[in-house]
Write a protein that binds this ligand. Structure first.
Ligand SMILES: Cc1cc2nc3c(=O)[nH]c(=O)nc-3n(C[C@H](O)[C@H](O)[C@H](O)COP(=O)(O)OP(=O)(O)OC[C@H]3O[C@@H](n4cnc5c(N)ncnc54)[C@H](O)[C@@H]3O)c2cc1C
Length: 323
């Protein structure tokens, strides 16, 4: 039985994304029980240059091809399938991110291996791998068993700690000569976020506003509080859909996943699609006029009150405290 684990490295412009370290850490732990190697797979130009950051893997497999320079699902799936065969790897970890989403189901169809999506936990039982998968936007957690630990797994961002996947060691690099299949969907261009806008995934404090903020004019109340707290403003989808804030500020299933130290949610009901993107925040404080709002089920602190009234009061209090 083959037990090697492939981890698809997510990288952009020389930076390795956190999800890679989260997957490497999880793979490292599983490999102790499965007794097989962990291979980090880097697709694209200058993959070997990233190896120094991938020391948690036993080896780094690089496919250096101009066709992989930009994201291409067709090419990635074809290449991964060939690497699985070459290395006799039966378990593949992919990031459940905007970059890798969609690869898993297609790779599973090609290889006839089972696919587990939204994986938030993993343990080995005998020769099987038991994965905890999130269903219905987080309402249900389901344990599924992969016989022989064989399958394709999409790992939920933030579900596993990143630190165990980081190491100073430089693992051996192997360049693979794998034919890259022609892509049917051709990458055209990166669309950058609006210039000057903040990256909400990097903030330690987020002041989030939902439909309960009532009007575009009230967004500035949240901006003022965020400024005093050294954070930034983000929002639920209705606020973005109305054009009150740019898309780069949207939190949730079809927006960004954030994990600040403090997430202040003003006038947000806590729909699963929003919860999905902010549930890993260290401390969630919710303000809502409806005591039965679902966000109170998961928030660490809750205030039943009017966001529009509370926002300036909070800003004032913080200003007074700071002198
Ligand atoms: C495929 C799909 C993807 C989606 N992706 C996302 C996503 O990425 N992000 C996202 O956010 N949503 C997403 N949604 C939409 C999601 O289902 C919800 O509709 C949305 O999150 C609701 O936003 P909200 O909480 O701001 O609004 P509402 O659900 O309308 O809630 C407004 C809340 O404000 C409270 N309120 C009203 N007035 C006040 C006041 N003065 N002070 C305080 N509280 C007040 C109300 O009690 C209510 O709880 C998605 C939906 C689908 C189908």
């Amino acid at each position: 039985m083959s037990t090697g684990i492939l981890v698809l490295v997510e990288h952009l412009r020389g930076a390795v994304a956190d999800i890679t370290f989260e997957m490497l850490g999880a793979a490292r732990k599983l490999s102790e029980a499965l007794k097989g190697p962990v291979h980090a797979v880097v697709l694209g130009r200058d993959g070997a240059g990233l190896a120094a950051r991938l020391g948690a893997a036993d080896s780094v497999l690089v496919v250096d091809d101009p066709a992989l320079e930009q994201p291409s699902a067709d090419a990635a799936i074809g290449v991964l399938q060939q690497i699985m065969a070459q290395k006799q790897a039966a378990l593949v970890l992919l990031g459940g991110t905007n970059v890798s989403f969609g690869l898993g189901a297609r790779l599973s169809a090609r290889t006839q291996l089972p696919f587990v999506n939204f994986c938030k936990g993993a343990r080995v039982e005998g020769d099987a791998l038991v994965l905890t998968s999130q269903l219905f936007g987080g309402k249900i957690l389901s344990d599924v068993k992969l016989a022989g630990a064989r399958g394709i797994v999409s790992v939920y961002p933030g579900a596993f700690p990143a630190d165990p996947g980081r190491s100073d060691r430089t693992p051996p690099v192997e360049k693979l000569a794998v034919p890259v299949p022609a892509a049917k969907v051709i990458f055209q261009q990166f669309v950058e976020p609006e210039t000057g806008d903040v990256d909400i995934t990097k903030q330690t404090v987020l002041v989030a506003v939902g439909r309960g903020i009532q009007s575009a004019d009230n967004i500035q109340l949240a901006e003022e509080l965020a400024r005093k707290l050294g954070g930034a403003v983000c929002a639920s989808r209705p606020v973005i859909d109305q054009g009150w804030l740019p898309l780069s500020r949207q939190v949730g299933k079809s927006g960004m996943s954030v994990k600040p130290r403090v997430y202040l949610a003003f006038g947000i009901s806590g729909a699963p699609e929003h919860w999905d993107g902010m549930q890993n925040s260290e401390c969630i404080i919710a303000v809502n006029t409806d005591p039965k709002a679902p966000i109170f089920d998961g928030a660490h602190y809750g205030v039943v009150g009017d966001a529009v009234e509370l926002l300036p009061l909070l800003t004032e209090k913080i200003q007074a405290r700071k002198g």
